[in-house]
Design a protein around this ligand. Structure first.
Ligand code: HEM
Length: 205
């Protein structure tokens, strides 16, 4: 018999899916811009890709500010904070679970509760993605939109070059995160139960 607990409020679920949609639009338009070629149209043509990337990028900045404010006021920020006691050991237990135990049908070592929704591995990865990677990606994107914010020169090269490289690498890392994240999303009680949870808020054990 599967057991259900309610974990995710509506504001968080709405944020999550808008965030995912905007990031998919940014990846498709970003690839189109990066590999733009006058001879071959990559996914979207250059002009459409530029407009989609600008609009989705500005919308993602606004959505990110909403995420931070809603996390503060709802107290959800606490989920991201590693709790004392065997943090690294628990990260290892979760990693071993995903690499090995899950294929043996062993039980999840840290089933979520409303107080502790994230296990140690989720805490560290989600914290890095939401509070380091995302702000750095957004800030480098904003500098691209208003190049006057970028320093004129950095270590003897045009100031926009390191910003462009950082933006590209961070975007690539976010794309890798998303692929791993979707794969791990299939390892719930059933292949689809974690995706359903992100829609309904109910977690199935
Ligand atoms: C199509 C793209 C995506 C799909 C299908 C997806 C799917 C999921 C699923 C199944 C979960 C529940 C599993 C879990 O709690 O770990 C989840 C949670 C989460 N996802 Fe995604 N995701 C997507 C994109 C993203 C992106 C791009 C980000 C961040 C940049 C993100 C951030 C999060 C966070 C922070 C949670 C935890 C929410 C909470 O419980 O408070 N997701 N996602």
């Amino acid at each position: 018999m599967s057991e259900r607990i309610f974990l995710l409020p509506l504001w968080l679920r709405i944020w999550h899916w808008l965030n995912a949609l905007l990031i998919i639009a940014l990846i498709i338009s970003g690839i189109s811009l990066h590999f733009a070629d006058p001879e071959v149209a990559m996914f979207l043509g250059f002009d459409l890709a530029r407009d989609v990337h600008t609009v989705a990028g500005v919308a993602l900045c606004a959505l990110y500010i909403y995420f931070v404010i809603a996390n503060i006021f709802s107290g959800n920020w606490w989920q991201y904070v590693p709790k004392p006691g065997n943090f690294l050991k628990n990260v290892w237990i979760m990693t071993r679970y995903y690499l090995w135990d899950v294929f043996k049908g062993r039980p999840h070592p840290f089933p979520p509760t409303p107080e502790n929704n994230f296990n140690a591995l989720q805490q560290i990865i989600y914290w890095m993605v939401m509070y380091l990677l995302m702000p750095a990606l957004l800030i480098t994107g904003v500098m691209f939109m208003w190049p006057e914010f970028a320093p004129d020169r950095i270590m003897g090269v045009d100031g926009l070059l390191p910003i462009a490289m950082a933006h590209y690498i961070l975007g690539f890392l976010l794309m890798l995160f998303m692929l791993g994240h979707i794969y791990l999303g299939t390892l719930g009680a059933t292949t689809t139960s974690l995706f359903k949870m992100m829609i309904t808020g109910w977690h199935e054990h």
